[in-house]
Design a protein around this ligand. Structure first.
Ligand code: ADP
Length: 287
């Protein structure tokens, strides 16, 4: 169709806005500004966020590695979800929110004026705490993710592939026309994961994706996250420290006041953290 990402992006023509991130980000990692260490897909540089006059995040600098699971842990209200929403610019939708600082996706600052947030969100999918399928068929729930992103291709094939990747296909392949709302909570969440990955994003943001689920469904989601990390970079907010320890490669510990107190290999964070505050939090002295 007419709006294929072509060589036109990168000009100063404002009508190219919806293309800019798609082309800029898919270019070489080394082409745009500072990129951090090899294998870094997201790098935040002194991100500060306020809601009106209240500061929710202070100077968050972090590198998120590619094809790994990075967990954000910390007590309620310390800014974990706010940081997640910085990565796909969902905070743009919150009137009270103001973001300062830089956040690079493969070296391209997603806060640059030529970045279109809708195109950005095609590269950065998101799954929320409460499964939120649409009152549509299972098939249409997944196809919707393709339609809003203007993805072209064989929808039957993409829907099947997405449901397989989300470990749901075997359970629903004979009822694709049934409502997504008739599925169990765990199935609904896997349907939402299928919807999020259908446009084939690079990054999957998950905001407490299992906290509304029973233990069996939680365990299925955790297994799935492990598999998804083979193809996607996963960033997950969880209030469940055991879950972070089980499923993540890297852990970021946010503490009260919107500070990132420690970030590193999950095993190190849980077994031998640098910070006394982190140790106190991990061992349950507060939280
Ligand atoms: P967490 O995910 O760690 O629980 P949040 O990012 O949700 O923390 O919240 C961080 C701080 O920002 C909290 O004080 C919260 O009340 C505030 N906050 C979050 N979302 C909004 C919003 N939409 N409007 C105003 N304040 C908000």
């Amino acid at each position: 169709m007419s709006n294929e990402p072509t060589e036109t992006a990168g000009t100063d023509d404002p009508t190219d806005d919806d293309l800019s991130i798609q082309t800029d980000v898919s270019e070489s990692v080394t082409d745009h500004g500072p990129t951090g260490a090899t294998g870094t897909v997201v790098r935040s540089d002194a991100i500060n966020v306020w809601y009106n006059d209240d500061q929710a995040l202070k100077d968050i600098t972090m590198e998120i590695p590619e094809n790994r699971v990075t967990a954000m842990i910390g007590p309620s209200g310390c800014g974990k979800s706010t940081f997640l929403r910085c990565i796909n610019r969902m905070n743009d939708r919150i009137d009270a929110a103001r973001v300062e600082g830089d956040l690079y996706l493969r070296g391209k600052n997603v806060y640059d004026s030529d970045v279109d947030p809708v195109a950005l969100r095609r590269r950065v999918g998101m799954v929320f705490q409460k499964p939120n399928p649409f009152p549509k068929s299972i098939y249409d729930n997944v196809a919707y993710g393709l339609e809003i992103q203007d993805v072209e291709g064989d929808y039957d094939e993409i829907v099947e592939r997405s449901l397989k990747r989300a470990a749901l296909w075997d359970e629903v392949k004979d009822q694709l026309d049934s409502s997504g709302l008739d599925l169990s909570g765990g199935q609904q969440q896997r349907l939402c994961i299928a919807r999020a990955i259908a446009p084939d994003p690079e990054i999957l943001l998950m905001d407490e994706p299992a906290s509304a689920l029973d233990p069996v469904a939680t365990s299925q989601i955790e297994d799935l996250i492990d598999e998804l990390a083979e193809e996607y970079t996963v960033v997950i907010v969880t209030h469940n420290m055991q879950q972070a320890a089980r499923i993540s490669d890297k852990t970021a510990v946010f503490l009260t006041g919107g500070e990132l107190v420690e970030f590193g290999d999950t095993q190190k964070i849980f077994e031998n953290p640098e910070s006394q505050r982190v140790e106190d939090y991990i061992t349950g002295k507060f939280g």
